[in-house]
Design a protein around this ligand. Structure first.
Ligand SMILES: *Cc1c(COP(=O)(O)O)cnc(C)c1O
Length: 360
């Protein structure tokens, strides 16, 4: 049969009518930029996360740059960031004038820890950008206890929660991406910044519109970075279903463990009290090429997302001098994403298992 790596269309099947109506509503309104849909979605998303402010922006990468600048990060500052992540987490930092400083991650949660962050702290550290990688939640409170503000890159963690709250409500500020394949995806690019700090929120609103509050006077060099009305309307239809989809992802992860995948490969471990809505289900295998070919032979989707970690990408080398990140290098060489979606069935999990067993 085969199992795809992810499935973004099945969860939307029953929502197509509502989505069409939402699109028509925007066409009828003739408001396409910063209108009622974006305001309503900002309200709905902030209350979902449990924070007081949300600011829609054009994508998850801009969200990080704008959030950092709104926190006051700029030239001369250092921002600690993991290297085992999507390139954009780090790329968004030099765009503020600040310097990325790479830190290592935990071998089983794939997230930064207070210890890996502490090893990268200097007197110039202005913020720590934690990545809630694959939907797992980095230990924000433990890192804040080191005395530095935390920004959450929650691009992969919509729907994840912990005892302390949801992704997006744990740090000083948080950023999301609504890229189509994320846990909450739109039909193009989109992003969001959440924060409990009214001043940071106001700064983000100004920065997303060319550094202007009134559209005639300009206070800062900003960006043209807005969430579209159309995308906001589409996201409003989906948000009420996010928790059900997140539960489907959790259930699929539990099926993998119950079915015995841990005998074949290293499984991702939920960090602390977190209940991850697995965005990707990423395992580790000492001879990962064997796992890759066994899965390919059975038509099972798989992908190594970060074979070359960010600190070894050429544009980052200048900032990665002397960075020793042994866990990152090991994970880069051994990780593999296997099928995960809100609708991954037990039968599909069994099919993945049967194929993986062939790798030994
Ligand atoms: C997707 C992603 C981003 C960037 O989001 P875009 O909307 O594609 O700009 C940033 N960080 C992480 C961890 C991501 O997965």
């Amino acid at each position: 049969m085969g199992v795809p790596l992810f499935d973004t269309s099945t969860p939307l099947e029953g929502l197509r009518g509502e989505i069409r109506e939402a699109i028509d509503r925007v066409l009828d309104s003739e408001r396409y930029i910063l209108g009622p849909e974006v305001s309503a979605f900002e309200q709905e998303f902030s209350s979902y996360c449990g924070v007081s402010h949300a600011v829609g922006v054009a994508n998850g990468t801009d969200a990080i740059t704008i959030a950092l600048r709104a926190m006051g990060v700029g030239p001369g500052d250092e921002v600690i960031v993991p290297s085992f992540t999507f390139y954009a987490s780090a790329e968004a930092i030099p765009a503020t004038g600040a310097t990325p400083v790479f830190c290592d991650v935990d071998a089983e949660t794939y997230c930064v820890t207070a210890d890996t962050v502490r090893a990268a702290l200097t007197p110039r550290t202005r913020a720590v950008l934690v990545v809630h990688l694959f939907g797992n939640l980095a230990p924000v409170a433990e890192i804040e206890a080191l005395g530095v503000p935390v920004i959450e890159d929650a691009a992969q963690a919509a729907g994840s929660r912990s005892e302390a709250g949801r992704a997006g409500a744990l740090g000083t500020v948080a950023t999301f991406s609504f890229f189509p394949s994320k846990n909450l995806g739109c039909f193009g690019d989109g992003g969001m910044i959440t924060t409990g700090d009214a001043e940071i929120a106001e700064n983000c609103r100004t920065l997303r519109f060319h550094g202007s509050r009134d559209k005639v006077t300009y206070e800062q060099v900003g960006y043209n970075s807005r969430l579209d009305e159309l995308q906001a309307a589409i996201l409003r239809v989906q948000l009420p279903h996010l928790d059900v989809w997140a539960d489907g992802r959790r259930r699929a992860g539990a099926h993998y463990a119950d079915a015995g995948l841990g005998e074949i490969a290293g499984l991702p471990k939920a960090a602390g009290s977190s209940s991850p809505a697995w965005h990707l289900y990423v395992v580790r295998h000492p001879q990962v090429e064997r796992l890759e070919s066994a899965l390919s032979a059975a038509g099972i989707g798989h992908k190594a997302y970060y074979r070359t970690p960010v600190h070894r990408q050429p544009p980052m080398r200048a900032w990665a001098q002397g960075a020793e990140l042994p866990v990152t290098d090991h994970l880069a060489a051994t990780h593999l994403a296997i099928p995960m979606s809100p609708v991954l069935s037990r039968e599909q999990v069994d099919e993945v298992l049967a194929a993986a067993r062939a790798a030994g």
